[in-house]
Design a protein around this ligand. Sequence first.
Ligand code: NIG
Ligand code: FE
Length: 428
Amino acid sequence: MSTAAAPAAPSRPAPPGAATRRLWRHARLATFAGAQPWGWIEDGALVIEGARIAWVGADGDLPAGTHAAAEEVDLQGALVTPGLVDAHTHLVYGGDRAGEFEQRLQGASYEEIARAGGGIRSTVAATRAASDDALFAGAARRARALMAEGVTTIEVKSGYGLAEEHEARCLAAARRLARELPVCIRTTSLAAHALPPEYAGRPDEYIDTAVTWLAGQRSRGLVDAVDAFCDTIGFTPAQTERVFAEAKRLGLPVKLHAEQLSDQDGAALAARFGALSCDHLEHLSPRGIAAMKESGTVAMLLPGAFYFLRETKLPPVAALREAGVPMAIATDHNPGSSPALSLVLMLNMACTLFRLTPEEAWRGVTVHAARALGLADRGTLEAGQRADFAVWDAEHPREIAYRFGHNPCRRRVFGGDEDPAVTSIVRP
Ligand code: NIG
Ligand code: FE
């Protein structure tokens, strides 16, 4: 079916004075709430008051009186899902790594390039050289691309500044995105991403210095969480633990790039600190899975990086499923290992590469992604939740996971307000 013809403007305007109440009717709703698969409601309605969902249910059960007060949109059977949450990105950086892509095609490995001073460190040089406005403009273009596919919340990490001033500039650029675009941004400090050249051979000194930046980032309102890269080309578990200890002292939640290229037992370490998520996890051990289950840590799977680095070791999806560890999916957008700007494509990759079911993949970009950010007010369509949702040219979300290389998002609503930039996209 095509719902592209669904009216772009409300079919009946609100009476004066009742402008913040909106009624979206005759939608196929995937709420991801309740016990039903998909939280499915076949002919559903949403009542939105201001930035919140006031009521969700079957259209025929709409509370009496709702119709009279509401501005009304008839969705003619179009699919509505929660707004998508991209809970792991490195959106703020300068330059690109297309040359490194060519090097890898000629046989150099990601680790070899990193050890030779390229990789993350080449992006660090380009990031430091970029102006605040250039950093913001690049990140804004990338955020817009994600938003065009129904993304309403984006986590953005620092990690390409690797000096106090530059880390702060990157976090500030991320905060500016939320001021200038209709999107929610959560920021994560990732100073423990790579060793900057001025600390070559002195990783412990770098970590001791980098942890002192966190208090200032926190007091300036620049940071919501703290991350580290615990791996052979990143930092050791002992160094990671020092970062986490300072985060804990400051009351900031932690997460970890864990077991991406090797098993460092990072997931168990992060779980001891009650991590919100452990991310990548291709080399995750049964011990790590048990620790994550115990601490309620989300497993953040990143099929874009797996694909682009041509990894062969799969994350232990069946064991995570068996253990009941919630799985989330994100783009991991970054210039080196995942220059992907489509969370919709990640749905397909999560199914095809990692063998998630379409419903698991969808929960991974909605309810579980929200949990990976510690956000309980989004990721499902339920009364009381933020009114962040997307309208799709599809009858069922499995269709969206099945196709790839397309954008079926037709309308995007953020905090109750329709995003005109998405509604007005001209389609073939
Ligand atoms: O999530 N693993 C470490 N960090 C990024 C890659 C960073 C880069 O190569 O620039 C990741 O894959
Ligand atoms: Fe990452």
